[in-house]
Design a protein around this ligand. Structure first.
Ligand code: AMP
Length: 280
């Protein structure tokens, strides 16, 4: 497995693989890898001949008061995990390699980035779209793997690939959870013991909502209220949002029908945790 910080070297290698007729899978990450990332690498391994993992904490997707500086980083540990999962190449550029001195471009879209996480993180999805576009140009892979944990991100990337004609297949992968149901996240390390205990409420509230939907509830507002009420029983939880939207365009809906995303973001101390259910 090679670790490279160079755009030129990485692009050359991937182009060589493609010229040999090999299928290439890309797994974009910000590092500090856990079983969620591992499941993406593993799937990419099964479906492709070569696997590239990018590890880059992208400054452009962090707002001014967010955790860019403190975001956890551990390349040695990440490299071991990638090797263990059978990755062939880690692309790990410095910020200066990705954003040169006069960098001024960006990629953005209307509508999908406005609600949910975009409401409290206004520059976030512009940063995500820009860096993912750059990665797709640097690494001309056949497939790219994204987790459903970041459901809005997945919807935006899918839309971006369709709208801008990127020649790549986007694969959405299921959420990997801790034993008690908390979605795995690099940010879980910010939680105190008590916050960690209470954070199980997120998955539990979604579980309850799904039961109600399975039993025939179609009213989106009722589902939302049910989730909010449940989360508010955890004293340390501070809700950023709970929303029931169409998974296609991330706009609010009144009735549970078609492709539905039930998404939430909740603060426990400084950690902002995400979870969701997608009904297809
Ligand atoms: P990040 O390093 O947080 O930017 O995440 C990199 C990729 O891993 C994204 O596509 C995430 O959606 C995905 N991911 C993160 N956590 C999980 C999880 N618990 N289960 C599945 N995928 C995940």
């Amino acid at each position: 497995m090679t670790i490279s910080g160079s755009i030129e070297e990485t692009r050359k290698q991937v182009k060589e693989w493609k010229a040999q007729g090999l299928r290439v899978g890309l797994v974009p990450t910000m590092g500090y890898l856990h079983e969620g990332h591992q499941s993406l690498i593993n799937r990419a391994r099964k479906e492709n001949d070569k696997v590239v993992v990018s590890i880059f904490v992208n400054p452009m997707q962090f707002g001014p008061n967010e955790d860019l500086e403190s975001y956890p980083r551990d390349l040695d540990r990440d490299a071991k995990i990638c090797e263990q999962e059978g990755a062939d190449w880690i692309f790990h550029p410095e910020v200066e390699e990705m954003y040169g001195p006069d960098f001024s471009g960006y990629v953005d879209m209307n509508t999908l980035p406005e609600k949910l996480c975009g409401a409290s993180r206004p520059v976030h999805f512009r940063g995500v779209q820009t860096v993912v576009s750059k990665l797709f140009h640097i690494i001309p892979a056949d497939r790219a793997y994204f987790g459903q944990k970041d459901a809005q991100q997945l919807a935006i990337i899918r839309r971006m690939v369709l709208d801008l004609n990127f020649d790549i297949e986007i694969i959405g992968c299921p959420i990997i959870r801790e034993e008690d149901g908390l979605a795995k996240s690099s940010r879980n390390i910010y939680l105190t013991d008590e916050e960690r205990k209470q954070a199980v409420i997120l998955n539990q509230s979604l579980e309850e909502a799904m039961k109600a939907i399975d039993a025939g509830e179609k009213d989106a507002a009722k589902i939302k209220n049910m989730i909010v009420k449940k989360i508010n029983t955890a004293p340390l939880a501070k809700i950023d949002y709970v929303e029931v939207v169409s998974f296609n365009n991330i706009q609010p809906i009144e009735k549970i029908e078609g492709e539905v995303l039930i998404a939430l973001a909740v603060y426990f101390g400084s950690a902002r945790l995400l979870d969701n259910r997608i009904i297809l």
